[in-house]
Design a protein around this ligand. Structure first.
Ligand SMILES: [Mn+2]
Length: 424
């Protein structure tokens, strides 16, 4: 199924008068409203190929029906999201869940829907059928050199797939770690990881980057070899200029000050980008902004200030991607909500009067600093997002349009009720 522009426009026409009232009111309150709208139009967030089906948990998986059965259908679903919100113009592939067997036709399908390919993701946290050696005790850090070599070769293969599609970044997340004290020599594990990553790094094309993700625990529960931003940063520094640290919001212990981590990585030129999600307890992979939208906003405040300080383009300076899992919601609806939450936080951060904030900081005027931050946070910026979508040819109310066009019902008709997508 595809959603055409005229259909969206017709539905927009009904919602337009009330939008215009809300937008005009807000535009009057903001000085640089045009600049903000242009920045919102330019700002896109990549959709991961593994988020288009029902993720489930280790206890079970309850398919919602009409899930994509192939890479082509996953790309079509991202096309639907982009047609509605005009803010999701790329897809991030996970190998081997989504091997592009016919790269030219996959690329053509994507570009017909206005999409391109974001970072490619390797997977050495599962054993694949017919795989020679097991990753049960790790991959790039494995005590057996042959296992490490297999994992290195997999990453190089992923780069090759990415090159065929026009990707320019490899995203690496390792499950490597230990479950019990004494299982692993930490220094050896780190050194072998570094040596393995150096081999992968050597295979990167000139214009490519390698993004190193960290995570404190899970699936290993005692130690993770790349457990926090310090360990990732250490590796990225030793590897070289093409390597940097990827921040997944769910990969922190409770109450971690993520905005401070982001600020410093950005300062050092080592912030690769983001995997957005939200969490209550751990790596819950919930809809972005559903639990703690204020934290998301504080992160965006550091990003906007930090990107401006380095003269980087907000839309392209670092990588923006969702990494979530959908257990009980329609994945497309959930992704629409996540993109909206990210752009709300971004728009609010754009409203912060940075000059006044700096002044307050220099005067140790703590109350004023808080007022400035919270004034922006408490502004309802949704009419700005709607205006940006409208001008870009998207829907004023993406989720409402998704429902009124009965998109999921159509997908179930097309694909069936009992479809299960590849991925987690
Ligand atoms: Mn992630």
């Amino acid at each position: 199924m595809q959603i055409n522009k005229e259909t969206v426009q017709n539905i927009n026409n009904d919602a337009f008068p009330s939008h215009q009232r809300r937008f005009n009111y807000l535009a009057d309150e903001i000085n640089n409203v045009e600049t903000i709208i242009q920045k919102l139009i330019a700002f896109n967030i990549a959709i991961p190929s593994w988020a288009l089906g029902t993720g489930g948990t280790r206890f079970g998986r309850f398919s919602g029906g009409g899930e994509p059965r192939s890479l082509e259908e996953k790309i079509e679903d991202v096309g639907l999201i982009h047609a509605l919100n005009r803010s999701s113009n790329s897809i991030s592939l996970h190998i081997p869940w989504d091997i592009p067997d016919n790269a030219p036709s996959i690329k053509a399908l994507a570009s017909q829907l206005g999409l391109h390919f974001d970072a490619v993701n390797s997977n050495t946290f599962q054993d694949q059928p017919n795989q020679a050696l097991s990753y049960k005790f790790g991959s790039l850090h494995h005590v057996d050199k042959a296992v490490r070599q297999q994992a290195v070769e997999h990453n190089i293969e992923v780069i090759k797939y990415g090159e065929e599609l026009g990707s320019t970044a490899l995203s690496v997340w390792l499950a490597d770690g230990s479950n019990f004290p004494g299982q692993l020599n930490f220094r050896n594990a780190f050194q072998t990881t570094l040596e393995s990553l150096q081999q992968v790094y050597a295979a990167l094309p000139d214009d490519w980057k390698i993004w190193i993700e960290y995570k404190p625990y899970e699936p290993n529960f005692y130690s993770t070899t790349i457990g926090d931003w310090g360990q990732s940063y250490l590796l990225a520094n030793k590897l070289g200029a093409k390597a940097s640290t990827l921040v997944d919001l769910g990969h922190h212990l409770p109450n971690t000050n993520i905005e401070q981590i982001v600020s410093l990585l950005l300062m050092e030129g080592k912030l690769a980008g983001f995997h957005f999600n939200d969490s209550k307890y751990g790596d819950d992979d919930l809809t972005v902004g559903c639990i703690n939208p204020y934290q998301l906003y504080l992160i965006f405040n550091e990003l906007v200030e930090g990107l401006d300080a380095r003269n980087l383009n907000h839309a392209t300076g670092i990588g923006w991607m969702i990494d979530a899992s959908h257990n009980v919601k329609d994945p497309v609806e959930d992704l629409l909500q996540s993109v909206e939450a990210i752009k709300i936080a971004y728009a609010q951060a754009l409203l912060v009067d940075q000059d006044k904030l700096k002044q307050a900081q220099l005067n140790n005027d703590v109350a004023r600093a808080q007022e400035i931050l919270q004034h922006a946070y408490r502004t309802d910026v949704r009419p700005l997002l709607a205006e940006a979508r409208l001008r870009a040819g998207g829907a004023l109310q993406p989720l409402e349009v998704f429902r009124s066009l009965k998109v999921r019902e159509n997908l179930i008709q097309e694909r069936g009720l009992k479809t299960v997508t590849t991925g987690l």
